[in-house]
Design a protein. Structure first.
Length: 56
């Protein structure tokens, strides 16, 4: 994903609810590995179980 597009998406991600963060992380297409990692680092650690469930 282009850097400008990702910056907009990442702002949205940071301000989203946990459920919306999961949706963005799981269903956004075209992200690079580094972009996924950046979002993962910003995901609330106490809610990682929700993300793990959604990914399985």
């Amino acid at each position: 994903m282009e850097a400008n597009q990702f910056n907009d998406l990442f702002k949205q991600f940071r301000n989203a609810s946990v459920d919306k963060k999961v949706d963005i992380y799981c269903y956004t297409e075209g992200l690079t590995q580094e972009q996924y990692m950046q979002m993962l680092r910003a995901f609330p650690p106490s809610q990682l179980v929700k993300l793990e469930r959604a990914l399985s």
